[in-house]
Design a binder for this molecule. Structure first.
Ligand SMILES: CC(=O)N[C@@H](Cc1ccccc1Cl)C(=O)N1CCC[C@]12C=C[C@@H]1CC[C@@H](C(=O)N3CCC[C@@H]4C=C[C@H]5CC[C@@H](C(=O)O)N5C(=O)[C@H]43)N1C2=O
Length: 113
């Protein structure tokens, strides 16, 4: 057990390719939706963002720790982004409601770690 999901949304997970200054879909060439969740490990009080492709292979396309002091940027109502030590992640949400729910859970997690 160990981890509980505190939110689940649909989003296309993007990575910023700093070399070519462009966003690329995580996990494959063509953008497609993933089920993105925030997991909480109560024992360790850690949180992470995990996303799996919704289509067949359930490929994990993001597995990113939420760290203290992380800045979560709600660039538009549908596109939010943040930096981890290695790269910049972007989420293109399926709906503004999903975006708002994810942002609320993300900001709770950032405040809690
Ligand atoms: C200080 C810092 O780190 N700043 C970061 C942001 C940040 C601030 C604070 C805390 C954390 C972070 Cl991460 C920063 O500015 N970053 C992070 C890497 C990329 C970027 C740099 C330049 C470009 C210019 C344009 C802008 C951009 O990317 N978009 C505009 C807003 C939504 C727009 C929406 C969707 C995506 C889907 C594809 C592309 C498109 O719509 O076709 N696109 C966009 O074009 C998207 N950029 C960025 O966000």
């Amino acid at each position: 057990m160990g981890e509980t999901s505190i939110c689940q949304v649909r989003a296309t997970v993007m990575l910023y390719d700093d070399t070519n200054k462009r966003w690329v879909p995580a996990g494959s060439e063509n953008p497609s939706f993933s089920r993105v969740q925030i997991y909480h490990n109560a024992a360790a009080n850690t949180y992470r963002v995990v996303g799996r492709k919704i289509q067949a292979d359930q490929q994990v396309v993001i597995n990113c720790a939420i760290i203290r002091g992380m800045k979560y940027n709600q660039a538009t109502p549908n596109f939010h982004q943040w930096r981890d030590p290695k790269q910049v992640w972007g989420l293109n949400f399926g709906s503004k409601e999903d975006a708002a729910a994810f942002a609320a859970a993300m900001m709770r997690a950032i405040d809690a770690v």
